[in-house]
Design a protein around this ligand. Sequence first.
Ligand code: SF4
Length: 283
Amino acid sequence: MDWERVMDRLSSFYGCGDWRVPYLRDHAEDPFQVLIGTVLSQRTRDEATDVASSRLFARYPDPGSLARAPRARVERLIHGTGFYRVKSRAIRQIAQEILDRFHGEVPRTLEELTSLPGVGPKTANCVLVFGYGIPAIPVDTHVHRISNRLGIVRTRTPEETERRLRQVVDRRYWIPLNPLLVQHGQNLCRPISPRCPECPIRNDCATGRALATGRPPPRAQDRPQRRPRPSATSAGAGGLRGAPRGGGASSPRAPARRTSTRSPRGPTRTRTRSPPSRRAGSN
Ligand code: SF4
């Protein structure tokens, strides 16, 4: 896979500017707010996440204030996000643990981040990328699906995809990979009926090449494995206690995580908006 070319074409197609520009130059964010915002985004539409996050951080912008916040008040502020009662408990626990174990600083390693309650690899990788600018690959449903369609992985779960991508993708492409593929997944490479004839990377894509030559595309591997329904008392890695596991962007029906919908530069597109017609078909 010629990642240089793929990145160039996607950046150009979506008007994202130069993907080589350090991401944090234009997108520096508070790691704590990335962390809490990503938890809030699970099983929640982007718009509702943004409203809830704004309300919450206006009042409780850091671990100290959130850990002390009354439960009922936090619930009111984040009402509108899915499982807001569960999330209210989870985010206050996270804040408290950051105070107790990390001296009030959001940790900077995957291992430490995933040791926080309700924080799984996707959320942790979002903090690394969007909070600290540390190369990592947050794999949501778009990244998982497109990676399989491109033919660079053949995996059944986002977790497998992340492991495989870390092996086969050069580290210099890790940070722009998520924002560009999410953008592509929301526009052309949709879950159903991808618009391959318009795709700027169809010649680099196993599925696009197969369809163009009348061959069957590579066998789809991107249907997530069915997972056992969690009980109200279970807490899985990366799942909220009492909420369905793998929520947010890894769910086939859930919207993309708020932090993963951003382009490396330039405005975020909504999932329903198509690329400008002048770009359609460019290659
Ligand atoms: S050619 Fe089709 S399947 Fe491949 S990346 Fe483009 S839209 Fe997706």
